[in-house]
Design a protein around this ligand. Structure first.
Ligand SMILES: *Cc1c(COP(=O)(O)O)cnc(C)c1O
Ligand code: SF4
Length: 336
C-alpha cells in the first residue's frame, strides 16, 4: 500500500535531471566545444565549491564562446583565487543572525528560513558558498522547531524559504511545511527564493503545482535570473501556469561584470522577464564574498547604468538597485 509517507516509487524527473548535471569541468568544456588550453578557462581550486551545471542550462550557452554570460556565472575561473581584504567569507553577516531551526530574523514581519544548503546550480559569485549549511539549516527533523518559532511570534506575516535553494527539497517536505503554516493564523504569505525554475524548469511539475495552488496563503516566488539567455522557451512554459494560478513572480538579479553590466544586457533581461510573466524586482550589488572580486561592478557605474536604463524603458521594467549591508534591517536602496 502506498501511504502519504511512503517514498515515491521513482524519483521525479527533475531529480534525475539534477543528478545528470555537469560536475566535471572537462565534460562541460567538451559539450561547449571549447579548447581547455584557452588561458581564460584556467581553473581555480574548486574543492570547497565544485562545479554544478544542469544540462538544460548548459544547452543555453553559446558553443565555442569562452565569454558566454551563462558560462561565466558557473565557471571556476583562476581569478577566484585572488584575495582581497574587502572580500570575506560572510559579507552579509548572516552567520550572526542564524537562530535555532534555521530561522534568520532580520527583516521586520518576515521570517527567513534557511531550508537547505543544496542548489541546482553552483553560482561562483554566491555569498552562500562558504555557509556552514550542515549545522544551520531547518532540516526536516527541525521543522517542528522552525514552526514553533514562527507560531510564537505574532509579528511574522510572511515566511520566506531560502537557502541554498528551497526547491532542492522534495515536494513532500515542502507541502508538509506549507500545510503546517496554514494553521498559524498570523502568517499571510509564503515566499520562495529560488533559482531552480530557471536552471531546471523540469522542477515546476504537476506535483509542485498541486501544493503551491492549495491553501489560503498568498504565494510569491522570487526567481533569480541574471541574463536574458537564461530564459528560454522551456523556462517560459514552466512559469506561465504559475502566473495563471495567481502566484506572484518576481525576479532578482546580481549585477555581474562581464555577464550583465551593460544597458543592452539589462534591458533585454527586463523585457524577457516580463514576457515570461515575471516582474524585475531587485538588481543587487555583488556581495563581497571571498573568490568573487572579478565580478565586481562599482556603485558609480551601477548608478550610471540604471540612469540610462530608466531613459530607455518603462518604469516597471527598471529594477531597484540594492545592496545588503550587515546589521541593517532591510536592503539598502541605492539612488541613481
Ligand atoms: C532581500 C531579501 C529579503 C527581503 O527582501 P524584501 O523583498 O525587501 O522583503 C528576504 N530574503 C532574501 C533571501 C533576500 O535576499
Ligand atoms: S544560493 Fe542561489 S545564487 Fe547561490 S549558488 Fe545557490 S542558486 Fe546560485
Amino acid at each position: 500500500m502506498i501511504t502519504a509517507n511512503s517514498p515515491r516509487p521513482h524519483p521525479p524527473l527533475w531529480q534525475q535531471a539534477l543528478r545528470a548535471a555537469f560536475s566535471k569541468p572537462a565534460s562541460l568544456l567538451e559539450f561547449l566545444e571549447l579548447d581547455p588550453e584557452l588561458p581564460e578557462l584556467a581553473l581555480s581550486r574548486v574543492a570547497d565549491f565544485p562545479l554544478r551545471v544542469p544540462r538544460g542550462f548548459a544547452a543555453r550557452m553559446r558553443k565555442g564562446n569562452p565569454k558566454d554570460p551563462l558560462l561565466l556565472q558557473v565557471w571556476p575561473r583562476a581569478a577566484e583565487d585572488a584575495a582581497h581584504p574587502d572580500f570575506i567569507r560572510d559579507p552579509v553577516g548572516d552567520l550572526d543572525k542564524l537562530g535555532q531551526g534555521g530561522v534568520i530574523h532580520k527583516y521586520r514581519g518576515r521570517a527567513l528560513v534557511v531550508a537547505t544548503g543544496a542548489c541546482g546550480v553552483h553560482c561562483r559569485y554566491c555569498f552562500r558558498r562558504h555557509f556552514p549549511y550542515a549545522d544551520a539549516t531547518a532540516s526536516r527533523s527541525r521543522w517542528q522547531l522552525t514552526l514553533q518559532r514562527i507560531a510564537d511570534d505574532p509579528s511574522i506575516e510572511e515566511v520566506i524559504l531560502s537557502g541554498g535553494d528551497p526547491l532542492s527539497l522534495s515536494d513532500d517536505k515542502l507541502a508538509e511545511f506549507a500545510e503546517a503554516l496554514e494553521f498559524i493564523p498570523h502568517v499571510q504569505r509564503l515566499r520562495l527564493h529560488t533559482r531552480q525554475p530557471i536552471v531546471l524548469p523540469e522542477r515546476i511539475d504537476q506535483t509542485f503545482m498541486d501544493w503551491i495552488s492549495r491553501g489560503r496563503l498568498d504565494k510569491i516566488i522570487v526567481l533569480h535570473a541574471n541574463h536574458a539567455n537564461e530564459l528560454d522557451e522551456a523556462v517560459a512554459e514552466a512559469l506561465r501556469p504559475l502566473s495563471a494560478l495567481g502566484v506572484t513572480l518576481l525576479n532578482q538579479s546580481v549585477l555581474l561584470a562581464g555577464v550583465n553590466d551593460s544597458v543592452p544586457a539589462l534591458a533585454a533581461l527586463s523585457k524577457r522577464l516580463l514576457a515570461c510573466g515575471i516582474v524585475p524586482y531587485y538588481l543587487h550589488m555583488l556581495d563581497k564574498v571571498a573568490g568573487s572580486t572579478h565580478f565586481e561592478v562599482s556603485e558609480h557605474r551601477a548608478a550610471a547604468l540604471l540612469r540610462e536604463l530608466h531613459h530607455c524603458l518603462p518604469g516597471y521594467l527598471v529594477p531597484r538597485l540594492a545592496k545588503e549591508e550587515p546589521g541593517q534591517p532591510a536592503k539598502t536602496l541605492l539612488s541613481w
